[in-house]
Design a protein around this ligand. Structure first.
Ligand code: FAD
Ligand code: NAP
Length: 340
């Protein structure tokens, strides 16, 4: 294990923002975290936990130590007729795990195909797409507290999962290093095709909608995502910059009167989830650029680094977007991305 000094994080965040970390070290197993304890206490500096950096915006240099999580391994540890319990190292690429699950005909995460990032970061914001959320397959989350270096396993219900949030993104933020995640996946999985354009895509692929398997779902979602979302290797981005806002039904009905085309999904009798992408598009911002930063022309929720934008430039641009949405719709957007 080697601690590097003054390292550029440009290749460690998908916005490709060029900032430096004072210290940087790769964590390959639980043992190395404990070996680092004395060093971390000596330098007495802040700690940042990093996966693939696909949900982080650095607004300046990081004057502390970055722990880059590289703990590997995918292991089926228990099986019965209905399901399998699988242990996955936090540093495993998320989509490699989805591919493993689909190839083993284990269902529950196929709609989460092609989401960038590591498996250890998946519980942080309870990743979700196309009608599936990772919370529905997580059995438990294992890790180490960074203040006491004690190990802990949180059961699913203890993780406080909610829409793009969890215990780890709220009260335990930056204080609990996830080392392994345990998933319970189904052997005879049901299939969710009702979301967005999945059914259309499956038909275009010549699939019989009555005879689908989870591989068909994975294939269709990969096709949709590749056609709609920018590849971070070519255009710096972190996917959705903002969360879809929840508002009261009363406020939604008022907005609907003024803007009949507004998109809202009823969460319950009292709450409606708005499409943040629709709000941004209907402020005329889709495709809008200011300097090196802009809104992606195919997906209004995605902010793009078109060149060598600094994190501060991206952050200022996002504030402008928020201001315009607030002025026009009286809705305050909240960032989904983690800002450092
Ligand atoms: P990072 O960006 O490295 O870290 C994210 C946060 O988690 C940080 O606060 C970090 O400190 C913390 N963290 C990372 N690893 C650990 C660990 N082991 N222990 C404790 N804390 C840790 N998200 C969705 O939910 N749905 C989508 O459909 C989706 N699509 C995307 C599409 C694109 C093109 C992009 C670029 C991003 C998309 N995202 C999506 C966002 C992102 O992929 C996910 O949030 C992903 O889980 C982030 O993983 P990461 O390893 O890159 O995390
Ligand atoms: P879309 O299919 O055009 O839908 C637009 C929005 O409407 C989405 O945000 C989605 O909310 C919501 N929605 C669509 N159908 C819904 C339904 N049946 N019930 C409830 N809500 C519904 O979305 P898109 O932008 O192409 O993205 C497709 C999926 O990938 C979405 O689930 C989205 O969350 C996910 N995605 C996430 C990121 C990220 O970084 N977080 C980036 C790209 C795509 P939800 O977002 O709540 O699902």
């Amino acid at each position: 294990m080697k601690v590097l000094e003054n390292i550029s994080l440009k290749n460690h965040n998908t916005f490709a923002v060029n900032v430096n970390a004072k210290y940087y070290v790769e964590i390959n197993d639980e043992k190395s975290i404990l070996e680092l304890k004395d060093f971390i206490q000596t330098i007495n500096s802040k700690i940042l936990l990093l996966g693939h950096g696909s949900n982080i915006l650095f607004t300046g240099d990081f004057d502390g130590i970055v722990l880059s999580i590289k703990i590997h391994g995918i292991k089926v540890i228990e099986e019965n007729d209905d399901s399998a319990l699988i242990e996955v190292g936090a540093g495993e690429k998320w989509d490699d795990f989805v591919s493993f699950a689909v190839n083993s005909n284990l269902g529950g995460i196929e709609n989460l195909s092609l989401i960038p990032g590591t498996t250890g970061a998946a519980p942080i914001q309870n990743i979700g797409a196309y009608g599936q959320e990772v919370k529905d397959t997580i059995h438990s989350v294992k890790g180490i507290f960074l203040d006491t270096y004690e190990k802990q396993i949180f059961s699913n219900s203890e993780c406080n999962f909610s829409y793009r949030n969890s215990l780890f993104k709220s009260i335990l933020k930056n204080n609990f290093l996830i080392t392994r995640v345990f998933f319970r996946l189904k052997k005879n999985p049901g299939i969710t095709t009702s979301y967005g354009s999945i059914e259309k895509q499956l038909k275009d692929m010549g699939k019989n909608l009555n005879k689908l398997n989870i591989s068909d779902l994975r294939e269709s979602i990969i096709k949709i995502r590749e056609s709609k979302l920018p590849d971070p290797a070519k255009l710096g981005n972190v996917g959705s910059f903002f969360k879809n806002p929840s508002i009261s039904m009363e406020k939604f009905l008022q907005l609907k009167e003024k803007y009949p085309g507004i998109i809202g999904f009823e969460a319950d009798d009292k709450t409606v989830k708005l499409s943040a992408g629709w709000l941004i598009e209907n402020c005329g911002l889709k495709g809008f650029k200011a300097g090196n930063v802009g809104i992606y022309e195919k997906q209004a929720l995605v902010i793009i680094n078109y060149g060598e934008a600094s994190g501060k430039e991206i952050f200022d641009f996002s504030k402008l977007v928020k201001e315009k949405i607030l002025n026009k719709f009286d809705v305050l957007l909240q960032e989904e991305v983690n800002i450092h």
